[in-house]
Design a protein around this ligand. Structure first.
Ligand SMILES: Cc1cc2nc3c(=O)[nH]c(=O)nc-3n(C[C@H](O)[C@H](O)[C@H](O)COP(=O)(O)O)c2cc1C
Length: 181
């Protein structure tokens, strides 16, 4: 199997990490993979905030708590990449663009032996996970917070088990509902 296909199939979300530092050059490579993501009209409306400060990661656990059960994962992560998008740069597809960049980074991390898990941040008003993230990180209000991507060496004691719906259940040929090739 090609390296890319292998990474796509074998990447899993891992919310438990070892207490081990991810080398700065790996973080750079992961960010570089985000930079090369496709975007509508190549507008690249994203910004990446790399959080390694322990106090700030601790504060971000409150965001995680609002949207996920894996609260402790953030604190144990060596770094958290927060992906935000500027709707003024790409008003049509800003969140999809940022999502593609996030997946590129998750795949690059996996290829480097680094685990990640995607914490999706829905757009929201006062008191929301998005508002709290903006407050903690000083993100301008007009931006949209798309995802938190904690990164770290995977805890070997954690076994992710994920299945997917079979292709036959999701593929249609020529017309919706036609299952035969
Ligand atoms: C848009 C999006 C939002 C997600 N948000 C969360 C989340 O808030 N909390 C969480 O634990 N996992 C989150 N995930 C991870 C999914 O739960 C995970 O990708 C899915 O269960 C498939 O597992 P796998 O990534 O190990 O293949 C999110 C994934 C995506 C793509």
């Amino acid at each position: 199997m090609s390296e890319v296909l292998k990474a796509i199939v074998e990447r899993r979300s891992v919310p438990r990490f070892q207490k081990r530092e991810v080398p700065e050059e790996f973080i750079e490579k992961i960010l570089e993979a985000g930079r090369w993501a496709p975007s509508y009209a190549n507008l690249q409306p994203w910004e990446f905030i790399v959080v390694r400060d322990a106090g700030t990661k601790e504060r971000l656990t409150a965001v995680a708590e609002k949207v996920t059960i894996y609260r402790r994962g953030i604190e144990n992560a060596d770094a958290v990449v927060v992906v935000v998008a500027d709707p003024e740069v790409d008003p049509l597809h800003y969140r999809e663009d940022a999502a593609v960049a996030t997946q590129n980074m998750a795949l690059a991390a996996h290829a480097l032996g680094i685990a990640s898990y995607w914490i999706g941040i829905p757009e929201g008003g006062p008191g929301s996970a998005e508002a709290l993230t903006k407050e903690i990180l000083g993100i301008p209000d007009e931006f949209s917070v798309v995802a938190l991507l904690p990164l770290g060496y995977p805890d070997p004691g954690y076994t992710p088990q994920k299945e997917r719906r079979p292709l036959e259940q999701m593929v249609h040929y020529d017309r919706y509902g036609n299952r035969k090739k």
